[in-house]
Design a protein around this ligand. Sequence first.
Ligand SMILES: Cc1cc2nc3c(=O)[nH]c(=O)nc-3n(C[C@H](O)[C@H](O)[C@H](O)COP(=O)(O)OP(=O)(O)OC[C@H]3O[C@@H](n4cnc5c(N)ncnc54)[C@H](O)[C@@H]3O)c2cc1C
Length: 389
Amino acid sequence: MTPNWSNWSGRLTADAELVHVRSEDDVARRVAAAEPGSTIRVAGRSHSHMPLIPNDDTIVDTSGLNGIISTNVDDQTAWIWAGTPIAALGAPLHAAGLALKNQGDIDRQTIAGAAATGTHGTGRTLQNISASVIGARIVLVGGEVVDCSASERSDLWEVVRLNLGAVGVVTRLHLQLREAYKLREDGAIQPFSEVIDDLAVRPDRSRHYEFFWLPDRDLVVGKAIDETDDEPEYPLAREGRRVAWNYEVLPNHRAWKHTEMEYSIPDDEGPACVAEIRDLVRSDYPDMPWAIEYRTLAADDVWMSTAYQRRTVTISLHYDVDADEEEMYRAAERIFRQVDGRPHWAKLNYLDGEDLASIHPRWDDWWRVRDAADPDGVFLNDYLTMIRP
Ligand SMILES: Cc1cc2nc3c(=O)[nH]c(=O)nc-3n(C[C@H](O)[C@H](O)[C@H](O)COP(=O)(O)OP(=O)(O)OC[C@H]3O[C@@H](n4cnc5c(N)ncnc54)[C@H](O)[C@@H]3O)c2cc1C
């Protein structure tokens, strides 16, 4: 029988009742009607590789909660329906003179799904999407609808900013934005040896800097993106040569299905750590065809963020979705853990609750607030129960 839910890669499946909601009332009714002892998980665009969504009872599909509710140009903020894909935000925000401060490598995710896992782009001065969440409305267990922000139910807000879908169904987010801006993207291909010499300081010279190391050719495909006053050039050139508005330049098309492991490590460990990952791949996995990605991320104060109070470098490994990646990912994970790495919440890792508690300074606070909001674990699944203290 075909399962009724699967994630983007097709690796994860579930046979749960898929509930499509179109309003906050819908969400509140469905949550209030949950059978005692049953569980509810929420899905955005199901792009997460970790088993955050699968359960046997109910999966709430938020695609019907879509669009911008209101914008405030003076304080550069907007209220946005939780299920809105990031791809659907760029043009209408731009029409209001506003823009996201940054975004990830693709724009298919929902805004709530991206915030719920700490999704980020690259840029040494730029924080992840969760750090832009200044308020939210959420449906809690029993169907209670509440607002939270730094000044209202502030502990709940701290958890909701990066919530793993474990507190309730977020119906709308209040986001801190900035004024609209144009970007120029320049790509360069260089030998790894040239890039590594300069890597500690290279991210300082651009608003966004990242690279993909190609193991089969030992080359680095680098990308630097900076603000510009130049006129946009349409049709958009290919990746590595674009000049246009932020939401046109930053996202890419990633068609090839893959799995991914990503760790956040302290910024100053980045160059040595990526060199060690390269050594591992060259010596033990010389046929590995997938690129390894290197990005930077500013520190933030989001409780469960991988950049919590720490300037960060992120390093990602990718592998074919049909391949068995576990041995290589575990070997890489040992390297990341030696430098106090924190795994991306949505990407593959092998840590248990004790491991995660040891690397997230606000672990106990996050769980204390979550458990108070949902003592019976209605919004937990097997994975979250496994890591729960
Ligand atoms: C091809 C690809 C590229 C990617 N690129 C990047 C990248 O550049 N940077 C990066 O950091 N990550 C990246 N990711 C990871 C991705 O951003 C995260 O998996 C993100 O969470 C996906 O958003 P989604 O809408 O699909 O959320 P889902 O995977 O559907 O859900 C993620 C989590 O959010 C919860 N959730 C979703 N909606 C709600 C809601 N309304 N209320 C409460 N909880 C909710 C879910 O329960 C789950 O726990 C990428 C993933 C893929 C497959």
